[in-house]
Design a protein around this ligand. Sequence first.
Ligand code: FAD
Length: 307
Amino acid sequence: PYEVLIVGGGPAGAAAAIYAARKGIRTALVAERFGGQVMDTMGIENFISVNYTEGPKLVASLEEHVKEYDVDVFTEQQAVSLTEGDYVKIGLENGATLSGRSVILATGARWREMNVPGEQQYRGKGVAYCPHCDGPLFKGKRVAVIGGGNSGIEAAIDLAGIVEHVTVLEFADTLRADEVLQRKARSMPNIDIIKSAQTTEVRGDGNKVIGLTYTDRETQESKQVDVAGIFVQIGLIPNTDWLKGGPLKLSKHGEIEIDSRGTTSIPNVFAAGDVTNVPFKQIIIAMGAGSTAALGAFDHLIRTPAP
Ligand code: FAD
């Protein structure tokens, strides 16, 4: 068994592995794919102290940094179960079991997609999911935000300060965002909100997005909006399906609830990054959280007699 067993190999898991291994304790990391969401990212401009990098490049240096240390890394392995105990057991899809005196869960999250024609083709070429990451790329241009929940309206307010104009499209006939956000959005002259709008297609010129098509659900009319960017804000789904029905406490959104040391509802299980209820989901935040969870786990281990 390991002293620290990390599930997930994105920025949170990699940071946890380095921090744990530097304490000289037996550490392993198991992941489906090393790098996580960063592997799917084109330009990264907000990884502080690095002006510009690209996802695969950052992942390569993350991997190199982890390999500097004595960490057992298992990739292409999917965790399917967690059993609590003095040694927490993580069951893998291939039938094997790994166990750790402490476990750090860092299985990340994924953006909910619209599933309309053009979305995949123009992903990273106008179709975006993260306003903090990609907003500045659309400076002075017209963009759309899909989704009128809190994240959609927050994105619209954020983008309105950078881009020329924002059109928000909401499927329902009312917005779900908090009233204070709606009021703020309505007060901004360059935000338009269209309700009862079902986005049906991302339109492009072969290289980049030029607009979108939606159906007005009241009149069934098909309409077009010309935009250079489309921010899809219809939900971020934590990768916790495999934990549902198990002993670990999840929030109503399926996120793992943690305290300021990364501790979950189980004292020797810690969590970090996009899979948790941390309010902001970013690479640098996930790395900080992974480091916190590793220090939290180490602190727990030195205070708990070995079973
Ligand atoms: P993830 O990166 O999601 O990693 C999760 C890890 O867990 C992966 O290794 C995965 O394979 C593994 N895993 C999942 N389930 C299991 C399982 N059951 N068993 C085993 N392993 C499992 N952030 C920025 O700061 N700047 C940007 O410019 C930026 N651009 C982005 C662009 C895109 C297209 C996307 C999708 C995200 C972007 N982000 C950006 C957000 C950033 O990538 C995430 O906040 C960050 O990767 C979260 O790190 P994480 O380690 O918590 O999770």
